[in-house]
Design a protein around this ligand. Structure first.
Ligand code: AMP
Length: 215
């Protein structure tokens, strides 16, 4: 599991872990955005919360996670990105894993200074087609507005505007930060410094993951 404030690099670092370990990334944010784009009932319920920078209710999130983990690609492990985000979600995850006879191998917290988070989030751009993530200041797409990976349009997320970003950071501190202690108490936590460049942060996360999850 990768944990940390919005913009800390959970999605970016999930991408290489997926390649390196051959396991899927499970991002509740990506699942919710896909449901919104598809006009699905889940998306209709979630959209108002997401646009306001609030969390989507725990029961909806736990329901979607139960379904997602039941898919065959999750049978050999997975990397969690953006879930859990509250203590009740963490407890729900414990129950889900217990039912499956599985356990969490490692929780890596990525720490980034607040000013840097705001800067990164407001200049972030994404491809809604393939979920590739760019940043106008340090990792722009090769052709402006066009995804390097799939050729689709690259856009700003509705919730990456400054007002919503500040709200999301408050929500993180109030509701998600307490999870760090929850996992620390279980001896699962490692902390990576996400203020450094991509390569340095990646090397540190690689060391923290170590043999976690190897079977
Ligand atoms: P993210 O892409 O992880 O930043 O998530 C974008 C938005 O989706 C969040 O601001 C929440 O509104 C919603 N969301 C994503 N994951 C969760 C979660 N685990 N619990 C509640 N809301 C979530």
């Amino acid at each position: 599991m990768l944990i940390g404030a919005p913009g800390c690099g959970k999605g970016t670092h999930s991408a290489w872990i997926v390649e390196a370990r051959g396991i899927p990334q499970i991002s509740t944010g990506d699942i919710l955005r896909a449901a919104v784009a598809a006009g699905a009932p889940l998306g209709r319920e979630a959209k108002g919360h997401m646009d306001a920078g609030r969390l989507v209710p725990d029961d909806l999130i736990l329901g979607l996670m139960r379904e997602r983990l039941a898919r065959p690609d999750a049978g050999q492990g997975f990397i969690l990105d953006g879930f859990p985000r509250t203590i009740p979600q963490a407890e729900g995850l414990d129950r889900l894993l217990e039912e499956r006879g599985e356990k969490l191998d490692k929780v890596v917290k990525i720490e980034v200074a607040r000013d840097e988070l705001v800067r990164r989030l407001t200049s972030r751009r994404v491809c809604p087609g393939c979920n590739a993530v760019y940043n106008l200041s340090f990792r722009p797409p090769r052709a402006e507005g066009v995804c390097d990976a799939c050729g689709g349009p690259v856009v700003q997320r509705d919730d990456d505007t400054e007002t919503t970003v500040l709200r999301r950071l408050e929500v993180y501190e109030a509701q998600t930060a307490p999870l760090v202690r929850y996992y620390e108490a279980r001896g699962l936590l490692g902390v990576a410094d996400g203020n450094q460049g991509y390569a340095e942060a990646r090397a540190q996360i690689e060391r923290l993951l170590g043999a976690a999850g190897d079977r």
